[in-house]
Unconditional design. Structure first.
Length: 367
């Protein structure tokens, strides 16, 4: 199948997530990166483009959107890996130019911006795909299948965690960069940066939307303007209940992601540290360890069982599904899109409201 010409906004030298997106886009050979506005600084943009052998370099994303839309060989999709406050204007420019957008999470810096972007996406013929990358893991998708088939029965409990100690020490805030500034990253700290991943996993696998939250957001280190730790109780659809913990100050935690879903027949337990395995426990029976590519596995895998696939491959699955969606002209169920992003921002906003109200329950539904 023909490769899709891809552009990138953001992700220049020193930007971790930009390199991850570029690797993920190449793994299954579905995209070719040909253009980019890798930095708002013209010199840095040019140097970054030269370092990765980029054909066309721009220092202004507005110019890039106009120029690429006008070229017969222009990009068909763009990866947006900028600070959160630029997600709305950059995505809008490319969507309005008819160029598909692959956007890093969270959707935007604020809920009003997310609602604005949702309107833009609705009016555009181009697609918007959001990189909730953990949903690309084969065993997370297998867990989703097992729940959908009813093997867990009626879902009762959903527990999600994403914790690290990245910002546990004083002086690490400068490494957070724009994420520490509410004007650039939004009012949510850990709850938006990594908590949205946990919330998406909870709903992606359980199939149940979060309806209300009771949350406490904390900034443990002095001087921080936004949260570095959050605990939230969840009310999900169909009477299910849950908990979510996200932290960037949990000493000894190394980007640990865990999801547990329990029904009235069985429970599932998945951890990021061992992503190729999924524990299934049926009531009254010994636990089973399901493996990627093993017996009864019905998902897709790049390698035979026992040959580990990890984070980059999971991220690549999002890009491969995005390529399929672009050729098909629609976002299929299971591939994160504008609604998933909007749900994530409603989750963040509800957690912030709840915390400011002393942990009072707050609905996620649109006002």
């Amino acid at each position: 199948m023909q490769r899709i010409p891809l552009g990138m906004v953001g992700g220049g030298q020193g930007a971790f997530i930009g390199a991850v997106h570029r690797i993920a886009a190449r793994i299954d050979d579905r995209f070719t990166l040909v253009a980019g506005a890798l930095s708002s600084d013209a010199g840095r943009a040019a140097a970054s483009a030269q370092a990765i052998g980029l054909e066309r370099s721009y220092h202004d994303w507005r110019e890039m959107a106009r120029a690429e839309a006008a070229r017969p060989d222009g990009i068909r999709a763009v990866s947006v890996v900028t600070p959160n406050h630029l997600h709305l204007p950059v995505a809008r420019a490319f969507l309005e130019a008819g160029i598909h957008v692959i956007l890093d999470k969270p959707l935007t810096a604020t809920l009003p911006e997310a609602e604005d972007l949702a309107r833009v996406a609705k009016d555009s013929k181009a697609l918007l795909i959001l990189t909730y990358s953990y949903s690309g893991y084969p065993m997370i998708r297998e867990a989703r299948r097992l729940v959908a088939e009813g093997q867990l029965g009626r879902i009762r409990l959903v527990h999600a965690e994403f914790v690290s100690d990245w910002l546990a020490r004083p002086g690490r805030a400068e490494q957070q960069g724009w994420r520490a500034d509410p004007a650039l990253g939004g009012e949510g700290g850990a709850i938006a940066d990594i908590g949205t991943h946990a919330a998406h996993l909870a709903t992606f696998v359980s199939g149940l939307p979060i309806e209300a939250v009771a949350a406490e957001l904390t900034a443990f280190l002095p001087g921080r303007q936004i949260d570095d730790n959050a605990h939230a109780m969840l009310r999900l659809a169909q009477g299910a209940r849950g908990m979510l913990w996200t932290s960037q100050v949990a000493a000894g935690s190394d980007n640990e992601v865990r999801l547990r879903v329990m029904g009235d027949k069985a429970g599932l337990d998945w951890t990021h540290a061992d992503p190729n395995r999924l524990r299934l426990t049926r009531l009254g029976e010994p636990s089973q360890t399901l493996t990627r590519g093993g017996p009864d596995f019905m998902g897709s895998a790049r390698l035979p069982s026992g040959h580990a696939e990890g984070y980059l491959e999971a991220f690549a699955s999002i890009y491969t599904d995005a390529a399929d969606a672009i050729w098909a002209g629609k976002v299929p169920p299971g591939l994160p899109g504008i609604q998933d992003g909007l749900d994530g921002m409603r989750f963040v906003a509800a957690c912030i409201r709840s915390s400011r109200a002393g942990g009072a329950w707050q609905p996620l539904a649109a006002a």
